[in-house]
Structure formats: structure tokens, C-alpha cells
Design a protein around this ligand. Structure first.
Ligand SMILES: N[C@@H]1[C@@H](O)[C@H](O)[C@@H](COP(=O)(O)O)O[C@@H]1O
Length: 285
């Protein structure tokens, strides 16, 4: 796993935005071979979305041949509710870029058959050849997507009851009315995220500091589902200084010291991918 630390949330967004843009451009997606991108909601990815929008407006990036799969959606919230993840994604991202709406996939939290909806979502991801890069954020309790503490690390897309802490944290989006926050969501599973060929996670703000330390300094543990990333061969966490508050100084110094060398290794891997030798691309710890 790599950890990149930037001064603030805006710099984290620029870093991840440039990173994703490079991946998409190097991939040279076509209608027959689109780039499949997994996406999160939440306030953390907003600076990344802003930067990606800027790159599209400058003509440096296009989403015409990108297919997206969102991580999660509330159950029972009308699709056009201001806080549905569907509304969020179009408001913050999709309506500002050149992606055809038919290439956007978001779980339907109002489906009559919720279990069928989850199974069909997994099948659709598979039919697209799997996710190339899954971007994620985390909750204060270390959840990725809506994989709350205690989620199976082998979980797949399913219905999930939200932890009380998450309901409290998300009440800020519902006029601080706890009763208005949905109790359930549909979410990709931990294993769905781990299946992606690459996972990039944005972790910003002091509120996430404990979760970050649990996820990278302690063992793989279902109580902090982000820690499952330790099992992924190509995982990257990009954090701001505030989010590193609970890390050991030694951990921070270590990851900072290897960043430059990792960039060089990353260049070698990029060359292999460009030469069509993806099978020779190893892991990036
Ligand atoms: N299901 C989403 C997560 O995918 C997201 O990572 C988290 C953090 O949100 P924020 O970035 O606003 O702190 O919120 C929700 O729980």
C-alpha cells in the first residue's frame, strides 16, 4: 500500500485528479474498451471532482469512453431528493463533464427487489470486465462505501444497515435531523472494492485520523473495513496533513521518504502498461 501525504484537502484533490486523468489517458479508452471507474460520494472527493472537471474543461481529459459505477446509495430516498447519491453525483460531477448518462451506473435504492438490484449490479460490473480503478472515501469509523464495522471482508453488493455513528455523521446533510437520515443503504462490498485492479482512497481532515491509523498501522480487521486494503496489490491512500494526526511520526516519515522512489517504479509500470504488458505489472506496496 502506498500513502501519499499532501498539505491540505485541495492539494489531495489535485493529486488524485491528475492521477486518475493520467490513468484514463494512458488507457486510451474506446467505445469497445471503455475505462471502468468506481466512484464515491461524500465531501472528501469533492476537490478531486472539481479538479477532474477543470481538466475536462481544459480539454486534457474526456469521459466519453469511461463507464462509472458508484459505491452506494441510500434505500428509500427518492432519486431526486437533494441528498440522494444520484443527485449528488450529477450535481457535483456528472453534469459538468462529457460522460454520456447511459454510461453512469448507480444502485437504485428504490428498486422493488433490492437483493436482485444488488446481484444485477455485481453482474454488470463483471460484464464490463471489472473495475479498473475504484476511488473511495472513508467514514469516521473507517468504513469504505457503506461497509460498516463488522462487515465481512468477503462481502459483495448488498443491503446494509447503517451504523448509528454514520447516521449521526450524515445528519449534517439532512438539516441535522437524525430521524431524516435513511437507516439502510445499498453498497458494494469490501470484496467488490478489492476486486478492482487499483484502489485509490481519499482521507482528509482530523475526523478521519483515527480510522487512518487503524487502517494502516494495525492489522486487517473487519471493525475498520478500510484495513482490508492491506490485502490489495495496488492500493493508494492520499491523505492531508490533518488526517495523519494519529499516525506515528515514524510512519509518516517512512511514507514520505519512499514517495520519490515509488514515483520512479510507477513510471516503469506505466511503461509496461503502455506496451500492453499489463500481466508483467507487479504489485505496489
Ligand atoms: N457512504 C459514504 C462513504 O462512501 C463516504 O466515504 C463517507 C464519508 O463522507 P465524507 O467524505 O463526507 O466524510 O460518507 C458516507 O458514509
Amino acid at each position: 500500500m502506498r500513502l501519499i501525504i499532501r498539505d491540505n484537502a485541495a492539494n489531495v484533490g489535485e493529486y488524485i485528479g491528475d492521477y486518475i486523468a493520467k490513468r484514463i489517458n494512458d488507457f486510451e479508452p474506446t467505445p469497445e474498451k471503455p475505462f471502468v471507474l468506481g466512484l464515491p460520494t461524500g465531501s472528501s472527493p469533492i476537490p478531486t471532482y472539481k479538479h477532474l472537471i477543470k481538466l475536462v474543461k481544459e480539454g486534457k481529459l474526456s469521459f466519453k469512453n469511461v463507464v462509472t459505477f458508484n459505491m452506494d446509495e441510500y434505500v428509500g430516498l427518492p432519486r431526486d431528493h437533494s441528498e440522494s447519491y444520484h443527485t449528488f453525483m450529477f450535481r457535483e460531477f456528472f453534469s459538468h463533464i462529457d460522460i454520456p448518462p447511459s454510461q453512469v451506473n448507480i444502485l437504485d435504492g428504490n428498486a422493488k427487489d433490492l437483493i436482485g438490484e444488488c446481484n444485477a449490479y455485481e453482474a454488470r460490473i463483471k460484464a464490463h470486465g471489472g473495475i479498473e480503478l475504484f476511488l473511495g472515501g472513508i467514514g469516521e469509523d473507517g468504513h469504505i462505501a457503506f461497509n460498516e464495522p463488522g462487515s465481512s471482508l468477503a462481502s459483495r453488493t448488498r443491503i446494509k444497515t447503517l451504523a448509528y455513528d454514520t447516521i449521526l455523521a450524515n445528519a449534517r446533510f439532512f438539516n441535522n435531523d437524525i430521524a431524516a437520515v435513511p437507516r439502510m443503504a445499498l453498497t458494494v462490498g469490501v470484496a467488490t472494492v478489492l476486486d478492482a485492479r487499483e484502489v485509490v482512497v481519499v482521507v482528509t481532515g482530523q475526523r478521519k485520523a483515527l480510522a487512518l491509523s487503524k487502517a494502516i498501522e494495525e492489522g486487517v480487521n473487519h471493525l475498520w473495513t478500510l484495513s482490508a486494503l492491506q490485502m490489495h496489490p495496488w492500493a493508494l491512500i492520499v491523505a492531508d496533513e490533518d488526517a495523519t494526526a494519529e499516525l506515528h511520526v515514524k510512519t509518516v516519515k517512512y511514507f514520505k521518504s519512499i514517495e520519490r522512489v515509488q514515483d520512479e517504479v510507477e513510471e516503469m509500470h506505466a511503461k509496461l502498461r503502455a506496451e500492453g504488458k499489463s500481466d508483467q505489472v507487479g504489485s505496489m506496496e
